[in-house]
Design a protein. Structure first.
Length: 128
């Protein structure tokens, strides 16, 4: 005699925290050989801070975790010193904008800072 189990499907309410975690895990799990290491460092910093916030404080909301993650992402970005770092900085800002870690206005400010840094490098190379 074979017993069969019946599984009842229960619709659950949307869980924004789980959805965001899944989105970020998908992003982190992207396997592309040309992936920028600076962007990966920022993503990992975001994920660690996001998860730490949720595990440390049971009352934390997904918004709290996103704010912690956003701060960690931005702190992990490379300094605006040298061409390679500036390019990596721009890649990090672009990725953050596309994945809605930061908004367009904030991205515009960061892109402006990168333009200033590039201008300073160009002026410095002409003076040499």
């Amino acid at each position: 005699m074979t017993k069969t189990a019946q599984v009842e499907t229960v619709e659950s309410e949307p869980n924004p925290t789980a959805e965001l975690e899944a989105k970020l895990n998908d992003i982190e799990g992207v396997d592309r050989p040309a992936e920028n290491p600076a962007v990966l460092r920022c993503i990992r910093a975001y994920n660690r801070a996001f998860k730490r916030c949720l595990s440390k404080d049971p009352a934390a909301t997904s918004e709290d975790a996103q704010n912690d993650g956003r701060g960690a992402y931005l702190r992990a970005m490379p300094p605006l010193a040298g061409i390679k770092n500036i390019r990596d900085f721009i890649a990090c800002v672009t990725f953050a904008l596309l994945t809605e870690v930061i908004g367009p206005e904030q991205a515009e400010n960061y892109f402006g800072a990168a333009r200033v840094a590039l201008g300073a490098i160009r002026c410095g190379s002409r003076a040499s």
